[in-house]
Design a protein around this ligand. Structure first.
Ligand code: GRF
Length: 216
């Protein structure tokens, strides 16, 4: 049976686009059946619409609490019976209830070399610290912000003269490579768990995730 992915996003949707491209090429390991946004103007909704993918808008501003928003969100996501829920620039912190409901089938991409720089403004923080490298990490989501088990990580050099925008652009190119790969690993059963530890192809995944190496 075709594996099913639900994407949650809040913004422009370039990572969603990279997943969609992989799906259309047949390299994702499944299909994206639903895209949910918490923001009416999200560019990702337009991409989904143009691609003929079902969309849902759940505007968090219409909810009195995070809990009620997450309950409705979980109901909509569940209705698609996803094999994987993918956060692609979804700018809401999820409740523990939501995270536990989709435990081990909820992934995020974060624009830093986790465990460095969880949270916001990752590129500026890397620059301010004088780091020589930056990157992005795909990880499973737990109740700890940007703290769940890393799956796959890509590194890029930081160049003299970089600012947060130039660095973000370099990292984003890698995001578009690693997210479809990590999703494929999940959907094709290459990621498994043993006594709480994440394995890929039966072997332990390093603490900061597998290191991305360009196959080309
Ligand atoms: C990406 O940088 C991602 O790492 C972060 O949010 C941004 C989303 O960008 N979580 P896009 O909407 O996928 O273009």
């Amino acid at each position: 049976m075709t594996k099913c992915v639900v994407v949650l996003l809040s913004g422009r949707g370039s990572n969603f686009q990279s997943l969609l491209n992989a799906s259309l090429e047949g390299s994702l390991g499944g299909e994206i059946s639903l895209v949910v946004s918490n923001r009416p103007g999200a560019g990702g909704l337009a991409i989904a619409h143009d691609a003929g993918i079902e969309t849902a808008l759940i505007d968090h501003q219409r909810y009195p609490t995070r809990e009620t928003f997450d309950q409705d969100l979980a109901g909509v996501v569940d209705s698609a019976q996803p094999d994987l829920v993918v956060l692609a620039g979804f700018m809401r912190i999820l409740t523990v209830d939501f995270v536990e409901r989709f435990s081990r089938r909820l992934m995020n991409i974060h624009p830093s070399l986790l465990p460095l720089y969880p949270g916001l403004h990752t590129h500026q923080r890397a620059l301010d610290n004088g780091d020589t490298h930056a990157g992005a990490t795909v990880h499973y989501v737990t109740g700890e912000l940007d703290g769940g088990p890393p799956v796959l990580q890509a590194r890029v050099p930081i160049h003299a003269g970089d600012d947060a925008d130039t660095l973000a652009a370099r990292v984003l190119e890698e995001e578009h490579r690693i997210y479809p790969t990590a999703v494929n690993w999940h959907l094709t059963g290459r990621l498994t768990w043993h006594a709480g530890d994440l394995l890929r192809d039966g072997g332990p995944v390093p603490p900061s995730g597998e290191l991305w190496e360009d196959p080309s």
